[in-house]
Design a protein around this ligand. Sequence first.
Ligand SMILES: Nc1ncnc2c1ncn2[C@@H]1O[C@H](COP(=O)(O)OS(=O)(=O)O)[C@@H](OP(=O)(O)O)[C@H]1O
Length: 291
Amino acid sequence: QLCVCLRELRSASLMTSVTSVTSETPAQAQNTTASRRMPGAIIIGVRKGGTRALLEMLNLHPDVEVAKAEVHYFNLDENFRKGLDWYRAQMPLTLPGQVTVEKTPGYFTAPLAPARMWSANPAVKLLLIVRDPAERLVSDYTQVLHNRLQQNKPYQPLEELLLRQGRINPSYKALQRSLYHQHMARWLELFPREQIHIVDGEALIQDPFPELQKAERFLELVPQITPDNFYFNTTKGFYCLLSEGHDKCLDDSKGRPHAPLSNKAFQKLCRYLWVPNQIFFRMVGQTFKWC
Ligand SMILES: Nc1ncnc2c1ncn2[C@@H]1O[C@H](COP(=O)(O)OS(=O)(=O)O)[C@@H](OP(=O)(O)O)[C@H]1O
């Protein structure tokens, strides 16, 4: 009930600290004080990896409250300058014992994000959802293309950006974001490996429940999410969420048809990514079935 109440408070954007009205002693009342707390866990990336799905799925747990919008605190200087009080104010109301989770996929590739996050809270738990980096690149391009089309801006075909004189163009930004080992190395300089939980993005699409069970364990939550929280929506082509009689699918920006890329160019990309992927697998002690 408190959880439902909190959700209402959050959507009404009320004050930063609210005490429930009961006939408790001040100490008991303090225990039910809802306030905006620093995140106990952050989904740091990867962009287009399934970060929104993971956040919404974690939010099924009654002891998890999530920041609905991406906060971009540790990656954008203009937000970072606003300080930790500003950051905390972006968080949802929670009760003691609940875990606050935020997701900003831009953190993973931002050079300064690991050190900034470490100084804010070296004990914060990190979640990284990964996906085949070749597919991720195409999805990344598709999103940029969609935004440019909406703003009537010119755009280049993917193949033109990805290839220069028939070879993979290493300065293409979306390709750099897919070199997971380079970014991961920076996080592992500061955070111990066991403080970073890696979620398999493809597995989350195929069958979300087992991935959520692992995430619950990592976050030391009492298991509460069940297979009944998910159903496959044939129209959407993805699993959607069921909770307290409500169902929720992610919006149409998730699962868009990907921009075209010739099979030949895609194979070149896969070959290019093979070594970086092997380095990443070794670095994290986990392997994935990527192209
Ligand atoms: N259940 C469910 N419903 C819809 N979409 C799902 C789901 N699970 C994972 N995905 C995949 O999430 C991909 C988008 O990833 P992100 O949310 O990380 O994107 S973003 O970086 O925040 O823009 C999105 O990628 P694309 O298919 O390339 O659009 C989806 O494949």
